[in-house]
Design a protein around this ligand. Structure first.
Ligand code: AMZ
Length: 327
């Protein structure tokens, strides 16, 4: 977009509009609706007005132009509901002996995250992950029916038939962990049949893939498994660092960086979020392909306020790129 020479930029700065600061425009010839159209353009969030430095000394010569801004760094924040015997729980480092129960009403909990602005919900059937059999389908179906936002589920999905049954329930995405390690070709075939709806869950203990409720450890490295799927039409890789999961100690950024580097499939980070600062620290990985983060315990115990977090790092986040891009 190029601005007509009939307009000059005024030094006065409009107070931040939709998160950006903009120069006001004065139309020297343009008046009324013509000027209003130009002003409207000024307010478009993906552009900023630039004035060549050499012209700054002489206000009459200003030839303002427009520069497209890079897309703002943002990340999807996905609240997690882990289901154990019909209740909402969190485990510490995935240990089924260290359970904190947060709610006995999973549908109410899911609706609460939705009403606080969540754009997607992450469900885990913890019984399913451990036993390979679905145990929490009543809650899963009720949540999927009650919510308007897309819902994804992992835990115990060990066959193509089961994955398709879940998609038929109305789930937006199905996550496969154990099967992705043991029968990767099954996951690839599913992804080819349902592009953008199959997710691989890579759960890593000391860099190696863990399966079956994180009870079994393999000798396959998490990044090798990520590479295995780098050309598949998967919706995402959900990458969990088991050592940090449920600890609130902060995400393992090195692990996530390695996972994002191993595959061109978008990465969703999982594990360790305990504060807004932890969420902000993930933004540095957004350009590498980390597009979302799953948050559990920190939301339940109030350390992270979902609405505040969405404003800070979500899609509609406020930021002022002028301050950070002007040299
Ligand atoms: O907390 C745990 N012990 C746990 C957990 N959260 N075990 C498995 N899972 C999740 C994985 C993945 O989303 O993060 O279950 C899913 C994998 O299940 P499966 O049955 O495909 O391996």
């Amino acid at each position: 977009m190029r601005l007509s020479a009939a307009y000059t930029a005024q030094v006065a700065v409009l107070p931040q509009t939709r998160g950006y600061r903009h120069f006001a425009l004065l139309g020297e010839r343009g008046k009324g609706s013509e000027r209003a159209v130009e002003l409207e353009a000024v307010l478009e969030r993906q552009f900023r007005l630039v004035v060549p430095l050499r012209e700054l000394g002489d206000r009459q010569l200003w030839q303002p132009g427009w520069q497209q801004l890079p897309p703002p760094l943002a990340m999807q924040i996905i609240p997690a509901i882990d289901l154990l015997d019909g209740h909402c729980v969190r485990l510490h480092q995935g240990d089924y002996d260290q359970v904190t129960r947060f709610s006995d009403d999973p549908v109410a909990q899911a609706l609460s995250w939705q009403s606080q602005g969540a754009q997607r919900l992450h469900l885990v059937d913890l019984d399913g992950a451990k036993t390979g059999q679905p145990v929490n389908d009543v809650a899963v179906k009720a949540i999927t029916a009650a919510l308007d936002i897309p819902v994804q589920l992992g835990g115990g999905v060990r066959s193509a038939e089961r994955a398709e049954e879940l998609l038929d329930y109305g789930l937006d995405r199905v996550i496969l962990g154990t099967v992705a390690l043991e029968q990767p070709e099954l996951v690839e075939a599913l992804a080819a049949r349902h592009p953008g709806r199959i997710v691989v869950g890579i759960d890593a203990k000391n860099g190696k893939v863990a399966t079956r409720g994180w009870i079994e450890e393999s000798s396959t490295s998490a990044s090798a498994l990520a590479r295995r799927f780098s050309a598949s039409p998967l919706a995402a890789l959900i990458c969990t660092d088991i050592a940090t999961d449920g600890t609130l100690a902060g995400p393992n950024l090195d692990f996530l960086r390695a996972m994002a580097g191993a595959s061109s499939v978008p990465v969703i980070a999982s594990g360790g979020i305990g504060s807004l600062e932890h969420l902000l620290s993930l933004l540095a990985l957004a350009p590498l392909g980390v597009e979302g983060v799953i948050v559990g315990r920190a939301l339940y115990d109030g350390r992270v306020d979902l609405a505040e977090a969405l404003q800070a790092i979500g899609d509609g986040r406020l930021q002022d790129p002028i301050a950070s891009t002007v040299a």
